[in-house]
Ligand binder design. Structure first.
Ligand SMILES: [Zn+2]
Ligand SMILES: [Zn+2]
Length: 264
């Protein structure tokens, strides 16, 4: 939901910025990357790592409007690892910038773009001081979960998965283990879920059980169903927090600072 009915929680699709030691990482290029790109450009940030969980529309729709991609001083590394058919990150981006869906091709991007492919399960070290553990999530067409570790602090980004009581849950538990902060797919309420089995999304009660088992310190319900307004979200937050006091409903522009071992 966008507009005045969703001012408190926001209506952009998935995009999360993570900063470590002054470096900028972005997870997913949903519509939230559009205002983020504008503010990064104003700040003069020229070096960016962008990680896709997967390329369903809600996670890529903002990329053609991401201003740093069109800035000739920017360096952009685009990471993807979810494709089971072997498609490369460059092929994925090629598919996004393609007439008739978009008037220009990716060759119009003026940033220096590097494409970085990996496999779910790989550990990525995009720059000194950060380690990113990846894993395969249970989602149609595949999706990757990320565990970002820096100076002892851990953030887990686990969207677009459906709990399965099997290998998928094991990966969620592995990636979320003892995280300081995690964002998880809680698209559906427990009451709605029976209508959406096998759609690839989870519920706050299943996420809560997984986070409790994984020892997550604080976790946010993420990937809101698109028709929710602020009243719906507040009700969901109340129910979730009653069962899991360390949970919250993620809000647009919400910020967190995680303390590393060295106190930074
Ligand atoms: Zn998806
Ligand atoms: Zn999605």
């Amino acid at each position: 939901m966008v507009g005045e009915e969703a001012l408190e929680y926001g209506g952009h699709t998935s995009c999360v910025e993570v900063r470590v030691a002054g470096r900028v990482m972005i997870f997913d290029a949903g519509s939230g990357i559009i205002p983020l790109g504008k503010s990064l450009l104003e700040e003069g940030v020229s070096d960016i790592d962008l990680f896709f969980t997967h390329v369903h529309y809600d996670h890529i729709i903002g990329l053609p409007y991401f201003l740093p991609a069109f800035w000739n001083k920017a360096r952009l590394r685009i990471w993807a690892g979810h494709m089971q058919d072997g498609s490369t990150p460059e092929q994925l981006v090629d598919g996004i910038f393609r007439p008739p869906y978009f008037p220009i091709t990716k060759d119009y991007m003026r940033a220096e773009v590097e494409y970085c492919q990996f496999k779910p399960g790989d550990v990525l070290e995009p720059f000194d001081g950060v380690r990113i553990v990846t894993g395969k999530l249970n989602h149609p067409n595949g999706a990757v979960g990320y565990r970002v570790e820096a100076d002892g602090a851990v953030f887990a980004y686990l969207t677009d998965f459906e709990h399965d009581g099997a290998d998928g849950d094991a990966e969620v538990l592995r990636l979320a283990r003892d995280a300081d902060l995690a964002l998880l797919d809680a698209t559906y309420t427990p009451e709605e879920y029976p209508r959406y089995v096998n759609f690839g999304h989870s519920t706050w009660d299943h996420c809560g059980a997984l986070c409790a088992e994984a020892g997550v310190k604080k976790w946010g319900l993420f990937h809101h169903m698109h028709m929710r307004n602020d009243i719906d979200q507040a009700e969901i937050e109340k129910a979730a927090r009653t069962a899991y006091p360390n949970s919250f409903v993620a809000r647009q522009d919400q910020r967190f600072e995680l303390q590393g071992r060295s106190g930074k």
